[in-house]
Design a binder for this molecule. Structure first.
Ligand code: HEC
Length: 123
């Protein structure tokens, strides 16, 4: 019984990593990530993300990168590598920029969040 349970948990984990999709709410400029099924820590990370990453552009821009698997400005595929680069580029854009500046401590939450979404969308 115990073995079966472990097997089924492992199965669910892989299934969700491989096939889950990015869920969204709203449309157009209001398009946002649907956080309703997130674990608690990712709900918190999403709040830190929203606080810092929607000051210059809407959340839609980030959602679209996940939905399309493409960075439309950089004209590159959106994957783990280019994701790290985007996060760093955005951090650099804001550093020393007053109200836009992203505190270093928040970068950890944002990176964890973006990575979580990348695994959920798993391209
Ligand atoms: C200082 C304003 C500013 C902040 C704050 C900001 N961005 Fe951006 N973002 C931009 C601009 C401007 C672009 C357009 C592309 C470029 O200039 O690199 C962009 C583009 C993007 C793109 C699309 C890139 C592409 O090549 O299509 C993503 C994804 C993104 N931002 C994510 C984020 C994330 C995640 C954060 C928070 C860590 C964030 N942004 C915070 C200004 C900002």
């Amino acid at each position: 019984m115990k073995k079966l349970l472990v097997a089924s948990i492992a199965c669910c984990f892989f299934a969700s990593a491989a096939y889950a999709e990015i869920r969204t709410v709203g449309r157009g400029e209001q398009l946002r990530f649907d956080t309703s099924s997130y674990p608690a820590d990712m709900k918190k990370n999403n709040e830190v993300f929203r606080l810092n990453c929607t000051k210059c552009h809407s959340e839609q821009r980030v959602v679209m990168a996940y939905l399309t698997g493409t960075l439309s400005y950089a004209r590159q595929p959106f994957d783990m590598d280019t994701m790290q680069r985007v996060i760093f580029t955005m951090y650099r854009k804001t550093s020393g920029n007053g109200a836009l500046a992203i505190p270093r401590s928040h970068m950890k939450n944002i990176s964890a969040y973006m990575k979580y979404l990348m695994m959920e969308s798993s391209r």
